[in-house]
Design a protein around this ligand. Structure first.
Ligand SMILES: Nc1ncnc2c1ncn2[C@@H]1O[C@H](COP(=O)(O)OP(=O)(O)OP(=O)(O)O)[C@@H](O)[C@H]1O
Ligand SMILES: [Mg+2]
Length: 220
C-alpha cells in the first residue's frame, strides 16, 4: 500500500547538516500492523511527517497505492490525508472550542463526509469507554481521554492507512490494551496500521517490529 524508496530528510543545526531520515526503504501493506521503536530523536516523527505529506523530503520516493505522492501538490496531499491516510500526531491535537463528537466528525464533514459519521463516532466512543463524554469539551477531559478521542477521529471515516505517533504514551495499561485491540482488529480487516512508540507492550504477537536509529529503519 505504502512504499518509500531512499527517502531522505536533512535538517541543519548550527551550520551542521544531518539526515533525520536517511535513505529509508520501507513498505507497509493492508493487513499489516507495524511498530517502529527507537531512541528519542532517531527520526520517527520526521519519517511519519514525510509519509503523510506534512513535510517534504529532500530525496527519494513515496508511493501510495503505486502513486508517487511525493510529487503531489499540497492540495492533493491534504485531500489524501482527508480520505485515505490518517495521522495521529504526538501530543494534543483536539480543537478546544468543539465538543468531543464535533472534534471526531467535523474535520471529515468539512471534507465531504456526511452525518452518518456520528453513529460511527458514537460506536468508537463506546469501544474506548468514552460514551458519556460525547458532548464534553476537551478541557474537561484527561490527557488519556483526549488521546482516545484523537484516535477515534483518525478511524471514523475508514481510511486505508493509519499512522500513529506514540498513541499510547498518555494511556494506562487497560486503555492501552483497548487501543491495541482496536489497532489489531483494524489491521485484520485490511487497514494498514503504523505506530511509533517507546511502549514495549505494543509489540504484541503478529506485530511487525522495526527499529529506527539515526535516521535508518531496520527490521528488528
Ligand atoms: N524542524 C526541525 N529542524 C531541525 N531539526 C529538527 C526538526 N525537526 C526535528 N529535528 C531533529 O531531527 C531529529 C529527529 O527528530 P524526530 O522528532 O523525528 O525524533 P523522534 O524519533 O520522533 O523522537 P521522539 O521519540 O522524542 O519523539 C532530532 O535530532 C530533532 O532534533
Ligand atoms: Mg517523535
Amino acid at each position: 500500500m505504502l512504499k518509500t524508496k531512499e527517502l531522505t530528510k536533512t535538517f541543519s543545526r548550527q551550520s551542521q547538516t544531518f539526515a533525520a531520515v536517511d535513505h529509508v526503504d520501507f513498505s507497509i501493506n493492508g493487513g499489516d500492523f507495524c511498530v517502529i521503536t527507537g531512541p528519542s530523536g532517531c527520526g520517527k516523527s520526521t519519517f511519519f511527517h514525510l509519509i503523510c505529506g506534512i513535510t517534504r523530503g529532500d530525496d527519494g520516493e513515496i508511493l501510495f497505492d503505486r502513486e508517487a505522492i511525493h510529487t503531489y501538490s499540497d492540495k492533493q496531499l491534504a485531500q489524501l490525508r482527508a480520505t485515505k491516510i490518517s495521522y495521529i500526531m504526538q501530543g494534543d491535537s483536539l480543537l478546544p472550542n468543539f465538543t468531543v463528537l464535533e472534534n471526531i466528525c467535523l474535520p471529515h464533514q468539512l471534507s465531504g463526509f456526511g452525518d452518518e459519521l456520528e453513529e460511527k463516532a458514537m460506536e468508537l466512543l463506546r469501544e474506548f469507554g468514552l460514551e458519556n463524554m460525547a458532548h464534553e469539551y476537551p478541557s474537561n477531559l484527561s490527557g488519556g481521554e483526549r488521546r482516545r478521542v484523537a484516535i477515534a477521529r483518525a478511524f471514523v471515516h475508514e481510511p486505508k492507512l493509519v499512522v500513529a505517533d506514540e498513541p499510547t504514551s498518555d494511556l494506562d495499561e487497560e486503555n492501552t490494551a483497548i487501543i491495541l485491540d482496536h489497532f489489531q482488529r483494524q489491521a485484520k480487516s485490511g487497514k494498514a496500521i503504523l505506530v511509533s512508540t517507546h511502549d514495549m507492550s505494543c509489540l504484541r504477537p503478529g506485530v511487525i517490529h522495526y527499529v529506527m536509529r539515526k535516521g535508518v529503519i531496520r527490521k528488528a
